[in-house]
Design a protein around this ligand. Structure first.
Ligand code: MN
Length: 248
């Protein structure tokens, strides 16, 4: 069994060592991650400059690129085998609802699925320091189940774990993506030469309280597992648009 670990938090992410330790019990693990924090880089590819690969100790590589670069380089050159599973994470911070569109963690898992491997994006939904040991153990159990069930196809499991002591976690819920209340802010400042500059910021995301969503599960103390489909087609819209007058 060949497992590729990637992330968007970079080679120094605290989750990397415990996750590697757990997944090594399932098979041969290769780590290919960005050389620094690449959070919120979504599915971007580096096309306008060369990429450098740094080889660390056995089976660990860092790249001066995005999470998607890491998966592509792993598949097309770095690995001498195709991964049977791609695990992205464990991200230090939530990736729920519409935020999956910004997430480098989720994008790397989607890239793994696009390349043909079942993939998991895992996130710890809190910012406090954490040893990621229990979270890594859960990701191993989910990975083993995903492989055992031959859950193939272009599918991604998006996992968010509540930042609670393991004994307080109530279980696992299969969820759908929640809806974010947008409160993003743009902060304007002035540089020493009098020109304006901006920070995209605001507080941590706020979510609508809807039952069955990732946000609700995590808030109530459950691990959320959301299966993601890669096909974004709005089938209902196609039906409605059949009435449109688009004759040329
Ligand atoms: Mn991140």
């Amino acid at each position: 069994m060949n497992i590729l670990i990637t992330n968007d938090d970079g080679i120094h992410a605290p989750a990397l060592i415990p996750l590697e330790r757990e997944l090594s019990q399932l098979g041969r693990v290769t780590v290919v991650v960005p050389d620094r924090d690449q959070s919120a880089t979504s599915h971007s590819l580096t096309l306008h400059r060369p990429l450098r690969i740094h080889r660390h100790d056995s089976g660990r590589f860092s790249i001066d690129g995005t999470p998607t670069d890491c998966v592509l380089i792993a598949y097309h050159g770095l690995l001498d085998h195709r991964p049977d599973l791609v695990v992205s994470g464990i991200n230090h911070g939530p990736n729920m609802g519409e935020d999956v569109f910004y997430s480098g963690t989720v994008a790397a898992a989607i890239e793994g699925a696009m390349q043909g491997a079942p993939s998991i994006a895992a996130s710890l939904a809190g910012r406090e320091p954490n040893d990621f040991v229990d979270a890594s153990h859960f990701v191993r159990r989910l990975s083993a189940e995903m492989l055992r069930r031959k859950f193939a196809g272009k599918r991604v499991l998006n996992v968010n774990l509540p930042p609670l002591p393991w004994s307080s976690i109530l279980g696992v819920q299969l969820t759908r993506l929640g809806t974010r209340v947008y409160s993003d802010a743009l902060i304007e400042k002035v540089d020493p030469r009098g020109r304006a500059y901006y920070w995209i910021g605001g507080q941590d995301p706020v979510w609508e309280r809807q039952p069955g969503t990732d946000f609700s599960a995590v808030t109530e103390g459950y691990i959320s597992v959301t299966p993601l489909a890669l096909d974004l087609t709005d089938v209902q819209a196609v039906g409605e648009m059949r009435q449109w007058n688009l004759e040329t």
